[in-house]
Design a protein around this ligand. Structure first.
Ligand code: PXP
Length: 238
């Protein structure tokens, strides 16, 4: 499996002081040198962490696979078409949430989303839809014409070590199998950490994991380079 490191919370720390440290571009470089397969950033409507200049600086100054997470808004589409990142992951977004709480409801807005992603696809951007492991949502994503989905692992992560852990893992396995049958490539992420990530190996054919908070948290104690390498060891292990 591949690892995309989400560096949003380097920007959270920087913004706490309104200055330039820690430097987000430097953080992206460290992650790539440590062996990450790409950098993920979520440009939120309220710009609470990553800012526009971060994504443009990473795109222009670092040779890496940049995955831009964004809401399906006109503003974000315009930015994505200027930036032309390697990939865009379309996520739901609510101002009051602490983090991306649920998946995108693709099923009930298929036409709107198909229209939204078309110019991104036409411009060669890999588009992925961030959805919960639900059959209806997986099928709807395939209908839209994207090639990638990212399964929301938040429920699995919260269930880890509890009685519903198995059930949540099964949901992820079933959604992945269906997605593969429909020709989709499957990524996963949200809430994954150094403990619960191991069971992602039980899901056949997962392509990439996007992990942020746990890596940046671990970096506080052991440094970003080591935190990324530790996670790569877990993600690559069979
Ligand atoms: N994938 C997506 C689509 C996300 O929105 C997020 C959080 O921004 C992540 C992965 C990473 O989640 P975490 O920070 O919990 O590892």
């Amino acid at each position: 499996m591949l690892l995309g490191v989400n560096i949003d919370h380097v920007a959270t720390l920087r913004n706490a002081r309104g200055e330039l440290d820690p430097n987000v571009l430097e953080a992206a470089k460290v992650c790539m040198l440590a062996g990450a397969n790409g950098i993920t950033t979520h440009l939120r409507e309220d710009r609470r962490h990553i800012a526009d200049f971060d994504v443009f600086m990473i795109k222009n100054e670092l040779d890496c696979k940049l995955n831009l997470e964004m809401a399906a808004t006109y503003e974000m589409k315009k930015i994505a078409l200027d930036l032309l990142p390697h990939a865009c992951c379309i996520v739901p977004e609510r101002r009051e949430e602490l983090t991306t709480e649920g998946g995108l409801d693709v099923y009930s807005q298929k036409e709107k989303l198909a229209e939204f992603v078309k110019p991104l696809l036409d411009n060669g951007i890999e588009v992925s839809l961030f959805i919960t492991p639900d059959r209806k949502q997986v099928s709807a994503a395939a209908d839209i014409g994207v090639k990638f989905i990212e399964l929301h692992t938040g429920s699995y992560s919260r269930a880890f070590g509890k009685e519903n852990e198995e059930q949540e893992l099964i949901r992820l396995k079933q959604a992945t199998s269906l997605a593969h049958l429909l020709g989709l490539t499957v990524n996963a992420g949200h809430g994954l950490n150094y403990q619960n990530v191991s069971r992602m190996h039980e899901i056949d054919g997962l392509h990439e994991l996007n992990i942020g908070h746990s890596i940046i948290s671990r970096a506080v104690f052991i440094g970003l380079d080591s935190a990324v390498k530790e996670m790569i060891n877990l993600v690559n292990k069979n």
